[in-house]
Design a protein around this ligand. Structure first.
Ligand SMILES: [Zn+2]
Ligand SMILES: [Zn+2]
Length: 130
């Protein structure tokens, strides 16, 4: 093998490796950005707050139409809920009041569509969207 051929071989190898390196770099950047965006899933909450369930008055029980006592559909019978604040801009969801669940139009409890059940919304995002 001449020196010229060897150099050509090395070039071919480099041309093959470069896109793989590029892909790996992009994958790392995407992962980094995903972690940045979902940091609240890993970070410890800055503050926790106990929300008393308004629907059952904190007792955890509600009367069914038949007059029996049953577990509250909003708080699942616990009477309260702990919400975790991850960002400084987080504030209580105005729709569900932090409970994460509301009574829907059909009279059944549904996950709050505003906060997705988290009970907190980031006020800066709503401001930026406008
Ligand atoms: Zn309740
Ligand atoms: Zn909500």
């Amino acid at each position: 093998m001449t020196a010229k051929q060897r150099r050509r071989n090395a070039f071919r190898n480099a041309a093959y490796v470069a896109p793989v390196f590029l892909l790996a770099a992009v994958a790392v950047i995407m992962q980094y950005r995903w972690v940045q965006r979902n940091r609240y899933k890993f970070a410890s909450p800055t503050r926790t707050q106990i929300i008393r369930c308004d629907y059952c008055g904190g007792s955890g029980e509600v009367r069914t139409p038949e007059g029996k006592l049953g577990p509250c559909p909003i708080c699942f019978g616990s009477g309260s809920r702990i919400v975790r604040r991850y960002y400084e801009e987080d504030r209580l969801c105005p729709v569900c009041g932090g409970m994460g669940r509301i009574i829907g139009t059909n009279g059944r409890a549904i996950t709050c569509p505003r906060c997705g059940g988290r009970g907190m919304i980031r006020s800066s995002i709503t401001k930026r969207k406008r």
